[in-house]
Ligand binder design. Structure first.
Ligand SMILES: C[S@@+](CC[C@H](N)C(=O)[O-])C[C@H]1O[C@@H](n2cnc3c(N)ncnc32)[C@H](O)[C@@H]1O
Length: 228
């Protein structure tokens, strides 16, 4: 999977390029992240890419031309890339969408700043908008990193143990509880079944716990499961 990211703050992406699961996946060539500094596509000597909004009001708006030119440049070598504008007005990011996107070979992420992008970009230059939740953050970069991380986890061999793909939401259930050493601490003991060595019983217990947790914390997911 190739990610191209259009941003005013390319260095922010070093956080995931240099550490953890994503860094390991890059090293093993399961994915690559290429950042594009939008200011390099500015047509003025001050490298501005934003301007005042028509109709007045607070904030600045990201201009069409630099974004369009940058997308064209990316598409020259990668015509089939899916262009996603990271936006609070987009389709909500859920496990199912991340899984679908993980089957693509190439994704371009456009990170907004200020009041966002000129509407003509949304109308003509992008394939979809994706939101990470019903709240507003200051820029698309953090949201793009969330998207890159969750999509990458679904790419075969990115996680060293494929069982990790049975995390919360994979089957519209929350994950079961986890325990590690010691067996007892401050009178709190690990459930006996986990020490039994009986895998079938352990699997049954985990499934039951998963359903119980979902019932307690996210009843809405159980409704989704029943609809399947
Ligand atoms: C301050 S926000 C602009 C918000 C915009 N004026 C609105 O109210 O819809 C600047 C940028 O942050 C990103 N952003 C903010 N909240 C987001 C969210 N919930 N999901 C994805 N991206 C978000 C978008 O790229 C957006 O263009």
């Amino acid at each position: 999977m190739r990610f191209d990211v259009i941003t005013l703050f390319p260095d922010m992406f070093n956080a995931i390029k240099d550490e953890g699961v994503i860094a390991r996946a890059i090293k093993k060539s399961h994915l690559s992240i290429h950042t594009w500094q939008l200011r390099d596509f500015s047509n003025n000597k001050y490298k501005n890419i934003d301007d005042k909004p028509y109709g007045g009001g607070a904030g600045m708006v990201m201009q069409v031309k630099p974004i369009r030119d940058c997308i064209h440049k990316i598409k020259q070598s990668n015509p089939k890339t899916k262009v996603i504008y990271i936006s609070p007005q987009g389709q909500p990011l859920k496990h199912k969408l991340a899984k679908e996107l993980s089957t693509l070979g190439s994704i371009t992420l456009l990170c907004g700043r200020y009041e966002g992008v000129d509407e003509r970009i949304i109308e003509h230059d992008i394939d979809m908008e994706v939101s990470i939740g019903d709240y507003v953050i200051s820029g698309g970069e953090l949201a793009a990193m969330v998207l890159i991380d969750t999509i990458s986890r679904q790419i075969p061999n990115v996680l060293s143990n494929a069982d990790s793909l049975n995390d919360s939401f994979a089957n519209n259930l929350l994950d079961h509880p986890h325990y590690t050493r010691p067996e007892v601490l401050d009178n709190q003991a690990v459930p006996e079944v986990l020490l039994s060595g009986h895998q079938a019983n352990i699997d049954t217990w985990r499934k039951e716990q998963s359903i119980k947790k979902t019932q307690e914390k996210r009843k809405d997911l159980l409704a989704l499961m029943q609809r399947k």
